[in-house]
Write a protein that binds this ligand. Structure first.
Ligand SMILES: Nc1ncnc2c1ncn2[C@@H]1O[C@H](COP(=O)(O)OP(=O)(O)O)[C@@H](O)[C@H]1O
Ligand SMILES: [Mg+2]
Length: 496
């Protein structure tokens, strides 16, 4: 897999330097054309674009019309024969490179066999080059707008709005504007503009009240292809009973994660693996980690990486991780990581490569993206993932002890507007030995339903009755839970 391309290279410089073949993976054609118009103004070359529907069209001048039909081969012949060195954007040309004639012509133009110093630019969503071209191509990515560019965008959109509304001034709260700029980072200029326009248009103002709408709009953008989900519902550590050691571990590292300078001998925190018994709060703790750090929570759905409708698996992973870095600081959550890495898709070549890319990324990422992975089944995890140094720490989330069970009862009773003080929490804890947090929550919910039938409020007796009716998973799957504990004890840190 290719490493991400630096985005700082200047397009005009590349053109002036005589780069023969550029590759731009982007679906934002408008942005690409705009970028080239700019670059051309400095590099002073004719700029053409080609698509199978429109054929060759000159972009930097209205006058000139090419009289070549759209056919790919004829177009390449025409480019080859053109005497003035030009820049040619070939939109969605990828498919034509499979034909020997097309490929040969591209090579001849790129190698400048008796033709002018043209620049060919392949533009498309996903471009894999044949070996014949790979060596001569330069990949280019447009940089996303930085904070300064986004602040300028805010001013521009405010101006455009007031000009369109009888000079009505847009009320811009400076504090909110700064928050908006922060939250727009990671988006393309086009997307940022679309969102911003909507935020201003609904009430002619940009205030703190727009922030939830901004989060929603951004989440929608991120969810476009279902790879990376923006989770609205982070949790607070106070929503999680027990797991004291994990909570403290996170709290200690919060300042460092948020960028406070560290002594040279310390690395910034990078991520944890939460391993343990189902229903004991791993997913909840992942959410609470984002809440504890006070940063957005992004969930990477490994299953959807393999969805063939989303294209190539590794590209999906690379794209998802790149986006997560753009949204840093953030927590990236991979739930039940074993499911994606066990190669359930039947193609273990792919899952091994996915795994390899993830491990490389974990080692090399620079942006503050804190990875929280959870797993129920350690036997399905590849050994490389568990090796020392991959994660900062592997925590074992075991069944809750009596004190934690009491605390879980307290939380879930209160959440459903029942008074914990009216119950004997210790007795409830004693009656639920071997229960997971999820099962305790179910006891509370079931008691509420039972009471609904008799129009009453559930009390101690109803809760105890429901507890007696429950066969916890740890009993049904006692051996597996024990095996997991035996494995975990010497290798992991207890989360509680
Ligand atoms: N330690 C806990 N404190 C509070 N609630 C818990 C705890 N453990 C589990 N629960 C409850 O059970 C639900 C399911 O737990 P979850 O985090 O999905 O478990 P896991 O991911 O380990 O399978 C949680 O949403 C929460 O309501
Ligand atoms: Mg879970």
């Amino acid at each position: 897999m290719r490493p991400p391309v630096p985005s700082s290279q200047d397009l005009a410089t590349l053109i002036r330097a005589g780069t023969p073949l550029l590759v731009i993976e982007s679906t934002d054609e408008k942005r690409v054309l705009e970028g080239f118009r700019h670059a051309i103004a400095q590099a002073l070359r004719p700029l053409w674009s080609w698509s199978i529907t429109d054929g060759l069209v000159r972009l930097d001048m209205d006058a000139e019309e090419a009289d070549t039909p759209p056919d790919a081969t004829l177009t390449l012949h025409a480019i080859k024969a053109a005497t003035e060195p030009g820049v040619y954007l070939l939109l969605d040309f990828q498919g034509y490179l499979r034909y020997p004639m097309t490929l040969r012509l591209v090579r001849e133009i790129v190698q400048r066999h008796g033709s002018a110093e043209h620049v060919l630019v392949l533009v498309g969503a996903s471009i894999e080059l044949p070996d014949e071209l790979a060596g001569t191509a330069t990949r280019f990515e447009f940089a996303l707008p930085d904070a300064e560019a986004l602040a300028a965008l805010v001013r521009e959109e405010a101006y455009l709005y007031s000009r369109g509304h009888l000079e009505r001034r847009v009320r811009v709260d400076p504090e909110a504007a700064r928050a908006v700029v922060r939250n727009l980072s990671g988006l393309t200029l086009q997307d940022a503009r679309r969102i911003l326009r909507k935020l201003i248009a609904d009430d002619g103002a940009l205030t703190a009240a727009d922030l939830p709408e901004l989060a929603r709009a951004k989440a929608e953008l991120l969810d476009r292809d279902g790879l990376l989900h923006f989770e609205y519902d982070t949790a607070r550590f106070s929503d999680v009973a027990g797991l004291a050691r994990l909570k403290q571990w996170i709290a200690l590292r919060r300042p460092a994660f948020l960028g406070e300078p560290l002594p040279a001998r310390l690395d910034p925190p990078r991520g944890v693996l939460l391993l343990g018994v189902q229903g004991c709060g791993k997913s909840l703790a992942a959410k609470a980690t984002a809440g504890g750090f006070g940063v957005p929570l992004l969930r990477l759905d490994m299953g959807s990486l393999y969805n063939k409708y989303h294209g190539e698996t590794e590209r999906n992973l690379r794209e998802a991780l790149r986006r997560a870095e753009l949204l840093a600081p953030c927590v990236l959550w991979i739930d039940e990581i074993e499911k994606a890495l066990a190669g359930g898709s039947g193609d273990d070549g792919v899952s091994r490569r996915v795994m390899g890319y993830l491990l490389t990324w974990m080692a090399e990422r620079r942006a503050p993206v804190f990875l929280v992975a959870t797993a129920n089944d350690v036997t399905a995890l590849p050994a490389e993932l568990l090796r020392k140094g991959r994660f900062d720490e592997i925590f074992f989330v075991d069944l809750p002890d009596a004190a934690t069970r009491a605390a879980i009862f307290r939380l879930h009773l209160a959440r459903r507007e029942l008074d914990p003080a009216a119950c004997d929490l210790d007795a409830l804890a004693a009656a639920t030995d071997g229960f997971s947090g999820a099962e305790i929550e179910q006891v509370v919910v079931a008691a509420l339903y039972a009471a609904l039938a008799s129009r009453g409020t559930p009390g101690q007796a109803e809760l105890l009755a429901e507890a007696r009716n429950t066969r916890p998973l740890s009993v049904l799957m006692g051996e597996r839970v024990q095996a997991l504990r035996d494995w975990a004890r010497p290798r992991t840190l207890p989360a509680d």
